[in-house]
Write a protein that binds this ligand. Sequence first.
Ligand SMILES: Cc1ncc(COP(=O)(O)O)c(C=O)c1O
Length: 362
Amino acid sequence: MKDLIAFTRGVPPVETFPNQQLIECAERVISKRGDDILQYGSAAGYGPLREYLAQKYAVEVDRLVIGQGSLELLDLLCRVSLEAGDSVFVEQPTYDRPLVIFRRAQPDFRGFNLCDGQIDIEAVKTILENGTIPKYFYVIPDFQNPNGSVMGLDQRLVLIELAKKYRFLIIEDNPYRHLRYEGTALPSLFELSSDDVIHMSSFSKLLSPGLRIGFMILPKDLSKKMIDFANDTYICPSFLGQAVAVDFFEQGTLDQHIGKLINLYRSRLQALLSALDKHLKGYGEWVRPQGGFFVGLHLSDHIAPIDPELAAKYGLAFSDGRGFFLNGGSRFVRLPFCALTEDQNKQGIERLGEVISASNKD
Ligand SMILES: Cc1ncc(COP(=O)(O)O)c(C=O)c1O
């Protein structure tokens, strides 16, 4: 039996965690600020981290909510603002967990296909003109999970124009924005129009997911509702991780750390893309990402969906592609490459080529 190569979860590799520095940060914050961070506190998050983020994003501090990861905040947002039957628009494919979170509110869900990484904007306009206006349009504009694509500037501007015209909010989920391996960054939707956009992001991919630190910047009425709800539910998030993170940022080494991540991930992505070119030509299409954690493989219609049992025999595991779609997706394969070595990425794709050829013999 071959060693398992798991293209399942988009987690960072453990060797990227800056353990030694985090130990020093933790020691410093507990000895200097222990009374604050070991006590209950504000449901909005640890004050110094909130202020750091407010300054970085040039927003008033009361628009910011920090939680135990950004997904928890998305769940809170849905609980305080989404009712059964409200419309929610999403890209298709999109990150599977937000679909689960939104679905709990029983929304009127509409998915818009990504074609060459861009939303089918004509379909969006048609549905809006016909009177279906979403409460939220959830997008991942930079290095989309699971597709790897970047939303073009034109599309960013059109979406904002539509949000203004039809009065809906865009939720921009942007945890990969700083992990760019080539090319030039586009302005975020939030930078283009902070009144029409809820920005959510996370330190899971820049520092460590186990710290569980995510944040959202929202209109004040919504941030207040979320903070009240959080206060009534769990009082406050854990401040220890947040205090460690803000101390880490104060040391001024975040950019250097991100630089190391970029170098490591760039060569892993290159290994995956070369292997795709070599072994999967003619089997499907994929975006060539300029950053992030994922390449989304769309198998061609004449290729059978991957059979997980057959894949297991070749020592491969994948997430179920259907989870990233409201409907369909059986021929979609998400390929997270960051936690696999270059060699694992190469071998994994070579094996995937063998699985596809074995199940499409005649
Ligand atoms: C688009 C997107 N949003 C949110 C998250 C999760 O963030 P957090 O760990 O802050 O909950 C992920 C993690 O894979 C993600 O890909």
